[in-house]
Design a protein around this ligand. Structure first.
Ligand code: ATP
Ligand code: MG
Length: 398
């Protein structure tokens, strides 16, 4: 019992020995009580960050001014935050000003939803002034305090409400839902980067279909950039999509009028996401053309994206059983893994056609050679490729 928390309990013990108070709080308590995998463990304490730095040897000061440090204990990290209240959400930005307090209940009161406002002491006893445990049992997302006020304070909480509904398969309690409807326009004040993080989690949740419906019902979707045309619920994926680089190809392959660039720009996503989405869209188009996975497709798709490729196919409904296995089987039997594995390189091509002027034809012909070798039409052997190129006698420019 409570085994996953044993390291965190050690940290709490130390704080208590030093005369302080500490509890496990937030998502890990919620996930523990709802029998979900516990992720990062957060600890709330009565002690100011300077005291925590004195008590522990390994402390990383990540946000002293907000009261947060990371304590390293037995190669695990614990975010330890001093009890605080937050005031002055000016212009809907995150509070620039926090006040440290001495009472855990005041700290719990600043939290967004009752299921996230439960504290657990080092014996497993709960401090649960907002009946979060009951909300978890009834599977309800309920705002702490007055939902309208809490959403006005920080409109990102509206997106969080819906992504939790999706992740945990919870409903949203009546008053909290009414407040979403009423205040949805306030989401316009929140930066798109922060909304994008919630959106990604929403799409990956078990109940993502419900989450997407909630975006429609509450009107929040009007605050989200492009992408879904007039009706966000029109093309709901058939399976959850884990990342933006899966979400983008899913929509793009069905709506060719959209572009990767439009997604990246309007949601301010990273270049890494763009590159992954580009690879996946290319692979999906090839798959669509050939109605199967070809060696050329497998060769060009980075291995780290195989899982995403399969996920998207399932989401579109082009299910293909055992596809993952086939991708790896084809990958293993490819004659080359990269252009440098070719037995015939650009210098060889140039020496054969030594009378020709150098130009773009060289890389074009090399690409063709790569394609023919990968596709098994020419053996990866210097003489065989040479023979094939001479017979082909490619045009010097195209
Ligand atoms: P996840 O499993 O996604 O990390 P989480 O509940 O741990 O979920 P975090 O964003 O890590 O969510 O935040 C940790 C805790 O901080 C929450 O459980 C909640 O108590 C509080 N919290 C986070 N964001 C807000 C917010 N915008 N308003 C109020 N409280 C918040
Ligand atoms: Mg968390």
């Amino acid at each position: 019992k409570h085994k996953i928390f044993s390291g965190a309990f050690d940290v709490i013990d130390k704080i208590e020995e030093a005369g302080g108070e500490a509890y496990i709080v937030g998502g890990s308590v919620r996930d523990y009580l709802s029998n979900r995998t516990v992720g990062d463990i957060d600890i709330a304490t009565s002690e100011p960050p300077q005291r925590i730095q004195e008590i522990f040897e390994k402390v990383i000061p990540v946000g002293i001014e907000h009261g947060t440090v990371i304590v390293r204990h037995r190669s695990c990290s614990y975010e330890v935050t001093t009890y605080r209240t937050e005031e002055g959400y000016e212009d809907f930005r995150r509070p620039d000003h926090v006040t440290f307090v001495r009472d855990i209940k005041l700290d719990l009161a600043r939290r967004d939803f009752t299921m996230n406002a439960i504290a657990m002491d080092r014996h497993g006893n709960l401090v649960d002034p907002f009946h979060g445990r009951e909300a978890i049992e009834k599977k309800k997302v309920i705002a702490v305090g007055n939902p309208v006020g809490r959403f006005r304070e920080d409109p990102l909480r509206m997106m969080r409400a819906i992504r939790f509904a999706s992740q945990l398969s919870f409903d949203i309690e009546g008053k909290t839902r009414d407040a979403l409807l009423k205040e949805s326009e306030l989401l316009a004040h929140i930066s798109i980067e922060r909304i994008a993080i919630e959106m990604e989690k929403l799409y990956a949740g078990v109940d993502y279909k419900f989450g997407i419906k909630l975006l429609e019902e509450t009107g929040l979707r009007h605050q989200l950039p492009i992408l879904w045309g007039s009706n966000i619920t029109k093309d709901i994926p058939g399976f959850p999509l884990s990342h933006w680089h899966e979400i983008i190809p899913y929509y793009l392959i069905q709506r060719p009028s959209l572009s990767i660039q439009a997604f990246i720009k309007s949601w301010k996503l990273s270049n890494a996401t763009r590159r992954k989405a580009e690879h996946l869209v290319k692979a999906l188009r090839m798959y669509d053309e050939n109605q199967s996975v070809t060696p050329w497709l497998v060769y060009q798709l980075p291995e780290e994206l195989y899982e995403s490729f399969v996920n998207i196919l399932f989401a579109i409904g082009w299910d293909d059983d055992k596809l993952t296995n086939r991708l790896y089987t084809i990958k293993r039997s490819l004659p080359i893994q990269a252009p440098q594995d070719l037995a015939f390189q650009a210098k060889d091509l140039i020496s054969i056609f030594s009378k020709r002027k150098k130009g773009p034809w060289i890389s074009e012909v090399m690409k063709e050679i790569e394609f023919y070798v990968v596709s098994g039409k020419v053996t990866n052997d210097y003489e065989k490729i040479k023979e094939w190129v001479i017979k082909w006698n490619p045009p010097a420019s195209s």
